[in-house]
Design a protein around this ligand. Structure first.
Ligand code: FVH
Length: 291
């Protein structure tokens, strides 16, 4: 493709994620304009073909799509402020981790300058950008997402999760929460096994195999939680109660803090006491959801 016909993108922010993202666009043939608060970070990318903008206004004016992987939403706003009069008609894709409310505030500020705002949450690490491992959640106007989807897919698999700008951050927190619970469970298990003289390294393959099975079970769990039907289950509330009780008891005996598993014990006990012991494990959802 002749350079003048290449699609244009601007990447504002060349930290770890921004550098990987700008490189992904360059590798995909985009005319990529880059800007960073600290100029020196642009050097490596200009050597690879990026256009370095001297200031943020020039960077914004360089194209219709502004990808902004900065530290936090405050930094995004601070960086864009000097170029605010030039935002009209463009799409800003904010890729800083933040709260749902920060995403809404930023969206309102961008909309106030006649531009579209897509909030993005990056489920990726710098080295997984532009690989099949990476996926980003987006929220904001469907029209802006559809218009720029091809470019967004250069960075990672893209999922639009709603018009409310907060939705991407909420989805990101939900996925992170799922992972945190599993990883903390693993660390507790490793501490317990260590008291039996087992190196945590030896636990990892078995735990990984178990988690793969659990991951495959998630759609079924989701189906039960979504429908509220918890009958005919192979893994019931009452089947799992003794296992969680044993986990807590043995942890206590070995001096390993069992606090992590106590909330689950409480949920299982409540379900059982309410007459739901034969329901599927997923019935715990009924105690967690907002009615
Ligand atoms: N790195 C990771 O593994 C994770 C992966 C998942 C997503 N997170 C989030 O991604 C955002 C960016 O993270 P990052 O790792 O790229 O961050 P840094 O390498 O520290 O780069 C930060 C960039 O932000 C610039 N910056 C900071 N404050 C300001 C400001 N007030 N005005 C303008 N720019 C600002 C900073 O510029 P400089 O220090 O080089 O001048 C960098 O370009 C983040 O939300 C993660 O939570 C990363």
């Amino acid at each position: 493709m002749a350079e003048r016909d290449a699609p244009r993108v601007t990447v504002l922010g060349l930290g770890r994620m921004g550098t990987a993202i700008a490189r992904a666009f360059l590798n995909d043939g985009y005319r990529t304009t880059v800007w960073n608060r600290t100029d020196a970070k642009a050097g490596v990318l200009t050597a690879e073909g990026a256009v370095h903008a001297d200031d943020v206004t020039a960077a914004v004016e360089a194209g219709p799509l502004l990808i902004v992987p900065l530290l936090d939403p405050g930094a995004v706003r601070q960086a864009l402020e000097p170029a605010a009069p030039c935002l009209a008609g463009r799409t800003v894709v904010g890729l800083a981790n933040g709260t749902p409310q920060q995403a809404r505030d930023l969206a309102a500020w961008v909309a106030g300058h006649d531009a579209d705002y897509l909030d993005g949450a990056m489920m990726a690490l710098p080295h997984t950008v532009a690989t099949p491992e990476a996926f980003f959640f987006y929220s904001g106007p469907e029209r802006a997402y559809a218009e720029h989807r091809t470019a967004l897919e250069v960075m990672a698999i893209a999922h639009h999760v709603g018009a409310d700008p907060a939705a991407a951050e909420v989805h990101s927190l939900a996925v992170l929460g799922t992972g945190y619970a599993a990883l903390t469970g693993f660390l507790h298990a490793a501490a317990l096994l260590e008291t039996f003289g087992t190196d945590p390294q030896t636990l990892a393959p078995a735990a990984a195999a178990w988690l793969r099975g659990m991951a495959a079970f998630l759609p079924e769990l989701a189906g039960q939680a979504g429908s509220g039907r918890y009958g005919d289950a192979a893994s019931t509330i009452d089947l799992n109660r003794p296992a969680v009780d044993a986990l807590i008891a043995v942890s206590g005996e070995r001096g390993v803090d069992p606090a992590l598993h106590r909330p689950l014990k409480e949920l299982l006990d409540r379900r059982s006491a309410d007459g739901h012991g034969d329901d599927s494990f997923a019935a715990v959802y009924e105690l967690l959801r907002v009615r």
